[in-house]
Ligand binder design. Structure first.
Ligand code: AMP
Length: 314
């Protein structure tokens, strides 16, 4: 089974929604990603935590079969993020970001992991993402994510990471911010012109769009959920299902990329049902399959309808 290497934040989050609040809960882009992707393939995490990080939280990742040998512990505070959502639970408003031990950290890919074929650069300082890329051989697939914080402070470095990635995954607002345009289509063109073969634009409850360099476009609606408790980690869990599926099948052709978008959507649906990583950790293979099937049927007009061209004049 092809393996996955991820670098990104492992953090403590303080999350407020209009209905509830949780402080000091396990979060971070790499944590969500690893839990989601580990449902599909073995995952190795490269990250750093501070002295305040609870051993039980590392153990929680280990207990899910995730390789945590690349998570360093250093003197200082762990990464902390404080965010808030409004009533529509769409984009998070960041109230505080404390990089802690991530501020002056250089990732070290553990021995024997330099040739892992699937690499995910989860949300973190783009200079850390580039540092990791310089340590790996030529993986079969490099995917990356970023967010408004880094686009604001380190836009050029984020653009360099994009140019070295095969797949870029970002959310709608960040695609607009990056390309300085309202049009998602124009933003997609601009990002794909940097070099990646595929771009996934995550649009929250409006689903996710896949844009291919050769002009192909695909869309998956979001999984319809009655209860959304905390959208934090939706994007990272999406990436976990997406990259996890590609690693599990060992192919990245357009059909598998489309399937990967649906798997990403399913992973994200588990993440948002609870605070912290509990939902994504609870997703069983059976539950994943069931949601995958439902999502497919959501946009299937009717299996075997011959000549369904959409034309009313037939
Ligand atoms: P998502 O909701 O998928 O975009 O990601 C949310 C996770 O990203 C949270 O668990 C945070 O700990 C983490 N996060 C927030 N801001 C940053 C940042 N500037 N860099 C890296 N990770 C971050």
């Amino acid at each position: 089974m092809p393996e996955i290497l991820v670098v990104g934040s492992v953090a403590y989050d303080d999350v407020q929604t209009p209905f509830d609040r949780r402080r000091d809960v396990l979060g971070g882009a790499a944590s969500y990603f690893a839990l989601a992707a580990s449902r599909y393939a073995p995952v190795h995490v490269v990250a750093v935590v501070g002295e305040d990080f609870r051993e039980g939280d590392i153990e929680r990742l280990r207990a899910e079969g995730i390789d945590v040998a690349g998570i360093e512990r250093r003197p200082g505070r762990s990464f902390r993020w404080h965010g808030r959502y409004d009533y529509d639970m769409s984009a998070a408003e960041t109230l505080n970001t404390d990089l802690g031990v991530f501020a002056d950290w250089h990732p070290v890919v553990p021995d024997g992991k330099r040739d892992v074929p699937y690499v995910f650069l989860a949300n973190i300082d783009p200079d850390i993402q580039l540092d990791l890329l310089d340590q790996v051989g030529r993986p079969q697939l490099i995917a990356m994510d970023s967010m408004n914080y880094w686009l604001e402070f380190k836009r050029d470095a984020v653009a360099t990471v994009m140019s070295r990635a095969d797949v870029v995954c970002i959310n709608e607002g960040e695609a607009r911010q990056f390309a300085q345009t309202f049009s998602i289509i124009r933003a997609a063109r601009e990002i794909l012109d940097l070099g990646p073969t595929a771009l996934v634009v995550k649009r929250g409850e409006h689903g996710a769009m896949l844009f291919l360099h050769d002009g192909g476009v695909f869309w998956s609606p979001a999984y319809p959920l009655e209860k959304v408790q905390d959208p934090t980690g939706a994007g990272d869990s999406f990436a976990g299902g997406f990259v996890g599926h590609l690693a599990a099948v060992g192919r990245t052709d357009p059909v598998e990329l489309r399937r990967a978008v649906v798997h990403g959507t399913v992973s994200a649906s588990f993440a948002v049902e609870t605070f912290s990583v509990d939902g994504v950790a609870r997703a069983t293979p059976e539950a994943v399959d069931e949601r995958y099937r439902l999502l497919r049927s959501l946009v299937d007009i009717g299996a075997g309808v011959v000549g369904d061209t959409g034309s009313r004049s037939e």
